[in-house]
Ligand binder design. Structure first.
Ligand code: B4P
Length: 191
């Protein structure tokens, strides 16, 4: 089994690159952003609660997100491995993920951190907002999401770096070029 975390600020390309990675390596994609948006669009109680945070650019409480992830891991007993996209986003989430995987006799093997300058992040997300219809893709909320990232998510990089699992990758290049760099890291484990 091979488990990867795709890490980085909002707009760094996590969702974009995860799609390429799961197709190439036949891994199971778990995106907390997609899962939460699905709950919101189905107007479930979880979605209604999560929407209040997402619309303000804030992180959804840990217990909500961790419960959701736990269910998704259980749903895929035969997976070759997982690509975690947008999760973990807090140190609590990172510790909870380690415990969930330990319970399945596995672990996180590699964390790829996409590094993109802030002005580029904002430009990408504002641009996506023109067509995405996402209520959190406007400049005011994007700025708050980036602030939340610095305050709560950046420490997660240290958590993995101390375990020797973190690799930083330049994410400001075109999509294909960035993907090639990511595959070089993944191939060390999978080829
Ligand atoms: P996410 O859905 O994870 O949103 P995101 O951080 O913006 O990343 P995304 O994957 O969508 O964007 P990408 O960089 O691929 O989270 C949304 C919200 O959900 C959060 O703010 C939070 O409220 C909540 N949430 C999610 N997970 C949570 C958790 N674990 N805990 C608590 N709350 C949670 O792409 C952005 C744009 O850039 C796209 O338009 C893409 O086409 C473009 N792009 C990508 N790569 C590019 C490149 N190389 N060059 C040019 N453009 C590129």
């Amino acid at each position: 089994m091979f488990n990867l975390v795709l890490f980085g600020p909002p707009g760094s390309g996590k969702g974009t690159q995860s799609e390429n990675i799961v197709k190439t390596y036949q891994l199971q994609h778990i995106s907390t952003g997609d899962l939460l948006r699905d709950e919101v669009s189905r107007q479930t109680p979880l979605g209604t609660e999560a929407k209040k945070y997402m619309d303000q650019g804030m992180l959804v409480p840990d217990e909500v997100v961790i419960g959701m992830i736990s269910g998704k891991i259980d749903d895929a007993p035969d997976a070759r491995g997982f690509v975690f996209d947008g999760f973990p986003r807090t140190s609590n989430q990172a510790e909870a993920l380690d415990k969930l995987l330990e319970f399945k006799n596995t672990q996180i093997h590699l964390v790829l951190s996409l590094e993109v300058p802030e002005n580029e992040l904002i430009a990408r997300l504002v641009n996506r907002g023109i067509t995405s219809g996402r209520s959190d893709d406007n400049e005011e909320v994007i700025t708050k999401r980036i602030k939340e990232y610095h305050a709560k998510t950046e420490p997660v990089a240290r958590y993995y770096s101390e375990q020797g699992k973190l690799e930083r990758v330049a994410g400001h290049h075109p999509i294909d070029e960035t993907f090639k760099t990511l595959t070089k890291h993944i191939n060390k484990y999978l080829l």
